[in-house]
Every structure is written in C-alpha cells, then in structure tokens.
Design a protein around this ligand. Structure first.
Ligand code: ATP
Ligand code: MG
Length: 393
C-alpha cells in the first residue's frame, strides 16, 4: 500500500438505484464519469464499499478536485477527510488537528469501524478524542452539539472529517441513454439540459442560428454556454444549423411562423437523434411562460415526431428557473445579448394553433425536406471540456 496522502476526498452515491440489480453498471459509469471530469487532475480512485475514495496526486489538491466532483451527477455527498494511522494516538492527534484548524467547539464525536480487528473499539476512540478535545477547550458534547467530527476506521487507515457537502445528486450521466437538447441562447434550455443530465441522459446539442455562416454561431455565446454545461458532461457534440432555408420557405406562414419554426427544430432534433442513437428530445419550454407555449401549440409542433419530447421545466416558474441557471453557472452567459432566431420570428404568434392547419402548412412548405436540407448545411463541433485543453500544472 503506497503512503497515504494527508488529505483526500470521499464520495457517496447513496441513491435508491444502488439497491437494484444494476448496481455494478451504475458504479462503473460513475467511475468513468469521475475520471473524465477529473481528466485535468492527477488522482487515484478506489472503491471502498458504498463509497469512492479519491486521492489527489502531484499538482492536484482536494480543493481543485472537490470543485469538479461537486458537478458529477450520481454523487449524493462528499467530504474532505484527513488520513490517520489506525491507532488511537494517530486518530486522536488528527482529530485535534481538525478541531483546531476549523476552530470547532461544542463538537460531537462519531466513530465507525469497518475493520474490527484492533484492540480498541469505537467507544475507546470517542473517549480518547473527547478527552483531548476537553483539554483543548473544544467542549465535546453528546447532545446540543454545534459541530461534528466523524472517524471512520479501516484496516490500513482511518479517515477523519468534519463537514459533509451535498453533491450534485441524480444519476450518472449516460446511464439513462442519450438525448438531443434544443439549445437556444436563452435562460431556460441550458437549465433543461442540466436537468436531463441530472437524470442520467447524455446530451447532444442542436442550435439553430441566424448567422450568415456556421462559424459565427460556433464562436458565439452558445459555445460559452456549452462550455459551462460541459463541466457536467465533458466533450459534448453540438450541431449548429442555419435557419435561412426555413425562413425563406416559411415566409408565408403568417401567425404560424413561430410554431412552424418550433416544428422545424423538433424535426432537426429527431434526425440528429436517429444519427446519434438518442432516445428523446429535450427543450426548455414551460407551459404558458410565453404566449406561444400553449398546449395546442405544443400539440401541433410535436405532431409527427416519433420520439418523446421531454420538457423538464414544465412545472417551474421563471424565478425558479433563473435561480437554477445562477447556481449551475449559465445565467451570466444567457442574459448576454444574442439575436435568437425565435425572437426574430416572434411577431404576434398564434397562441391557439389548429393541428390541421399546422399539418397543411407543414406540407405546403415541405417542412421535412427543409429540415433535412438545413441539417446538411449545418456543422458538427466537439467541445473539448470546459475551457479547451488542460492547462499545464
Ligand atoms: P429559452 O430560454 O430556452 O430560449 P424561451 O423561454 O425563450 O426558452 P422559446 O423561445 O419559446 O422559449 O423556446 C422554447 C424552446 O425551444 C427553448 O427552450 C429551446 O429548447 C428551443 N429553442 C428556441 N430557440 C432555439 C434555437 N435557436 N436553437 C435550438 N433550440 C431553440
Ligand atoms: Mg429563447
């Protein structure tokens, strides 16, 4: 066993999915995702019953790794732990170091042994640490405590830690399959992408743009939004598709133009899903948030689409979506100015579309072949992580 690092991270999965027969499949996927998300760090990853131990290597720290681990779906909680030798003396000294460093007082001491072959038991550990804490004025308590210390004793090492952080939760990305996310420059669809990833879907992005060339869209703020989202699932594939073929064809759609545009986007997404083996389309729509997001419009737009259209934000208010956009980091980019093709088109759109009228216009303007032609004119970009390649340490 190599010498233990002084500090390491312990990650917990703790979701119901672990109880099922698929446990190994999920844990394998989670470890793969951790490795991908930490590809710019040096570390080792070990199984430890119902948790994973991540030890920083040269040039990495628990802080830099924790920032990335907090964005790995499937981890319910994690903590930074000190390592100690599995002796009463070393454990007590390490616990006291933690108490002093974090200025803990009114502290409850908890101990658990997964290896029970030593001469001391958990009560002995708690007594020893409590005595030292008392002497140092840290006021150890059993009840009405203000902070806690946890000691976890294994055969070759003991872990000592105090504060457990909430992880991203959810399921490991990829374990539910793939989806195509219709991504705009707005606030909502990046949040929808995040929710899809949270439930184990790996996203492929499709963005429809109004620029004269794909290159301009590729270097727009859409790239930056995808960069932020790729902290949760690295190296995504994005399709940038021009809107001009649609716009020329749909010129006579009148108040149906915006609905036809949404139908066009869904058709594009469906084709991409077929190419990429994705089982669903994800959008950032919420019911009634804007005048065009009505049940009848949704019914028209998704008619003829053979795979499910998931709308993770359907029940959320704009304020709730905004709050999540801030916490996941996309909000700042989303509010930067951008001429989205939907806002260019949205002049007094129909709010109660009629399905037969929609189908008639779709046939007249050959929506299916317009989508197929547009997709051929699009570009496909693979994003390398968050901000390009790993910087040298
Ligand atoms: P968002 O904040 O995501 O832009 P929104 O509230 O502006 O959403 P709409 O403009 O009606 O609502 O767009 C609804 C959904 O359609 C978006 O959430 C997104 O999934 C998709 N969408 C809109 N514009 C584009 C685009 N240019 N490219 C790809 N998908 C788009
Ligand atoms: Mg929008």
């Amino acid at each position: 066993m190599p010498a233990r690092a002084e500090k390491l991270l312990i990650a917990h999965f703790g979701e119901l999915w672990l109880r099922g027969r698929n446990r190994r499949f999920y844990i394998k996927a989670l470890k793969g995702n951790i490795t991908r998300q930490l590809r710019c760090e040096s570390f080792t990853l070990e199984d430890d019953y119902d948790r994973l131990v991540i030890t920083p290597g040269k040039g990495s720290t628990t802080g830099s790794i924790a920032a990335k681990i907090s964005k790995v779906f499937g981890i319910s909680a994690y903590e930074t732990a000190y390592t100690a030798k599995p002796t009463l003396r070393s454990i007590t000294a390490t616990a006291m170091r933690l108490i002093k460093e974090e200025k803990l007082s009114g502290v409850k001491i908890n101990s658990h042994r997964s290896y029970k072959g030593f001469r001391f038991n958990s009560i002995d550990i708690i007594r020893s640490v409590a005595k030292a804490a008392q002497e140092a004025g840290a006021d150890p308590r059993l009840k009405e405590f203000k902070s806690q210390i946890y000691i976890s004793v294994k055969k070759d090492v003991a872990f000592v830690f105090s504060d457990r952080k909430r992880g991203a939760g959810g399921l490991p990305v990829g374990t539910s399959g793939r989806c195509v996310v219709l991504l705009s420059g707005g606030i909502d669809s990046p949040v929808a992408a995040w929710y899809a990833m949270k439930r184990g879907l790996e996203p492929i992005y499709v963005h429809v743009h109004g620029f004269p060339s794909n290159g301009e869209a590729e270097s727009s703020k859409i790239r930056d939004i995808i960069g932020i989202l790729s902290q949760y699932c690295p190296n995504p594939t994005t399709y940038y598709v021009p809107s001009h073929v649609f716009q020329m064809s749909a010129i006579k759609s009148g108040r149906y133009e915006l609905i036809m545009m949404k139908g066009f986007m869904l058709k594009l997404a469906e084709s991409v899903a077929r190419k990429q083996g994705a089982g669903a389309i994800v959008t950032g729509e919420s019911l009634g948030q804007v005048a065009s997001q009505t049940l009848s419009n949704i019914t028209s737009e998704e008619s003829g689409i053979a795979i499910p259209v998931l709308r993770p934000l359907i029940g959320l208010d704009k304020a709730e979506i905004t709050q999540i956009a801030k916490s996941i980091g996309t909000y700042g980019e989303s509010i930067k100015p951008y001429r989205d093709v939907c806002s260019i088109n949205a002049k007094n759109p129909a709010t109660r579309s009629d399905l037969n009228t929609y189908k008639r216009i779709a046939k007249e303007i050959k929506l299916g072949s317009v989508a197929a032609r547009s997709l051929k004119m699009g570009s496909i970009v693979q994003t390398d992580g968050h901000s390009g390649t790993c910087s040298p340490k």
